[in-house]
Write a protein that binds this ligand. Sequence first.
Ligand code: GLN
Ligand code: ZN
Length: 773
Amino acid sequence: MTAFPAATITGYYPRIGPHRELKRALESLWASRIDAEEFSRSVRSLRLDTYHRLRELGLTEDWAIPASYSHYDHVLDTALTVGLIASTTSGTDFDLGEYFALARGTTHRPPLEMTKWFDTNYHYLVPEIEDSTRFRARPQHLLSIVAEAKAAGHLVRPVLVGPVTLLALAKSAPGTATSPLARLDELTTVYVDVLAALAAAGVEWVQLDEPALVADSADLSDEQLAEAAAVAYASLTAARTRPQIVVTAPYGTLRAGLPALAGSGVEALSVDLSAATRAFDPEYVQRLRDQVPASVHLVAGVVDGRGIWVDDLDASLTVLTELGRESLSVSTSTTLLHVPHTVAGETKLPVDVASWLSFAEEKVVEVEALAAARAHGRDVRPAVFARAKRAKRTRAESSRVHNPEVTARTAALGGRDGRRCDAEVRRQAQLALDIPRLPTTTIGSFPQTAEVRRARADHRAGRIDAAAYEQAMKAEIDRVVRLQEDLGFDVIVHGEPERNDMVQYFAENLDGFATTEGGWVQSYGSRCTRPPILFGDVSRPEPITVDWSTYAATRTTRSVKGMLTGPVTILAWSFTRDDVPLAESADQIALALADEVRDLEAAGIGIIQVDEPALRELLPLREAQRPAYLDWSVRAFRLVSAQAAPGTQIHTHLCYSEFGQIIDAIGALDADVTSIEAARSRMEVLSDLAEFSRGIGPGVYDIHSPRVPSVAELVELIEAALSIVPDDRLWINPDCGLKTRGYAEVTAALANLVTARDAVLAARAPALIDSLR
Ligand code: GLN
Ligand code: ZN
């Protein structure tokens, strides 16, 4: 059997395609502009082009290129391949109708739930296991991908989510008696069948991903997961006909999982040794030396798969040497799904910034150079090593990166925790805002119409000038303000028409960030984002939102709420620095935003919302690291409004998560009003927030669905909220921003929301009068 390739990448290559070909194919298929056959043809050529390109970039050995394609999501693919989700597939591909029904739902059934893949911004589909589900090997799709590559001259390495991780990520369908992991034995036998089919097709290496073994799970201990892995891999490796197995453990360091996997009989183990990981677990290299026997081939993921910085190749080479073994390959720490395709297309980036970056293609070149250097000495790839050296030096010296004024300012903060005065003092001072009982407001954005998007694109392309652009935005603000007044909203927003994206907008207006033109990264399915790149110390050259908010204020006599994105969310949705701690960047952004708060206040804006929808997202996978994270993230949030006058009302907004784990941190944000996603869970979140002593706005209108909630339904939700939150603290608002919705449904839903609030108030009027006596 062939040895493991000396250079490889861990799993999925950015499958969306260099020019988002997959997105286009998917959207055309869904809109019936192309048929299934044409779809298959386009994704086939996307796959073959990818293999070809990877080979050009240096992955020339057999089995070095992972067969890492998915129409939509790799968790769904594996779940179908092992029958964790029942399917009727008989052909070589998945049944596309069935596949996309699972991914996106139909009129008759909701899609699978979607949630974040470990601590990344990729979202996977959560398989639901029924008691009645009989697992079954359905390797046809995988086999066809392998065969198709082989026909084109590439021996690619099939990749599956491993059995332990698959079950750890799955959930039980409602009413199911057994927990997913209780069915591990049964599932393992199906993996055995899949592996046998791959072996029969001539596959010599298969990759099984087990990131669940590096994360702390809410309901499974490290030891339980390790034990599960030991059992599962003992059965898998005992199978008679199978390819050699490489297990990957990306996104952090293995603990109990390390001896379990190393001793399980698998031929190769791929571990995350990226700079980030090394920084927080320096003993990992030592444990790998001690605990991985020579008989197990070690694949060292030294090139960071998630960040975008040029690798410090010399440092990586040192780590490779320190591992002290012959049987060693070089790889990326994680899949490259999290980074864009190539820096080459980014002609508008400052040249020095571009020279510091490695996206997927550049990372493949780095991996190959490290492997070549190990085999033949570092002089064999002089250009790649020279680029790495230069990047390290110029970044360290760059005045674009290091701004002494900024670092002095954060240093001067000392241990200040950013606390404002007592919440009760603030409440008294804020009575001057004259906010009525059960006030209505929205979360910020209004639907982004085609005209708004066109004006932005025209402005960017130079087809219209700044004045014309401003005109178009003001016209939209006029309309949004008028709509809110007509509907009877109490606290008015300007609607955020000028923002393409709540993070990118601030990144474009802050020094220290760069944005890309084509740096698309798959978020889920056909959805991609272009994360900004934080490369240096952050400062605010001039006010960002003040003109828009004050313009809105001139159009109404009601209170206007200013709208900022918080430091944690800006960091969570950007590529961040590896040369300073995240906490330092968070403080810098917080101080820049604090200046914005000061300017908004000075301009007469008395209510300011600082959105932190991603607060939960950055929570570390390891329990032990969570307190430190919550500490700096909460502190950064508070710094934004630390200097605000007591009479200025600070709002925050959170969404996208179960908040249970971070409920104390939400309290510690100390916002005067917190709006929070709640409609889907029918106000479940409120029981957690019962202790909360400040304003709270559990979303009553689920904006993730095109449905218009009825007045009756909204009344019920408001009453449910009132059973927990006293009526002088409850705010009435939607779940999230309205940006992705259409005006017709939004207008109807918001009208119902105000009507429902009025109805609740009217019904409570006698009680209210009583309480005033
Ligand atoms: N203010 C933002 C908006 O309304 C908040 C979006 C979010 O929470 N994701 O669009
Ligand atoms: Zn939200």
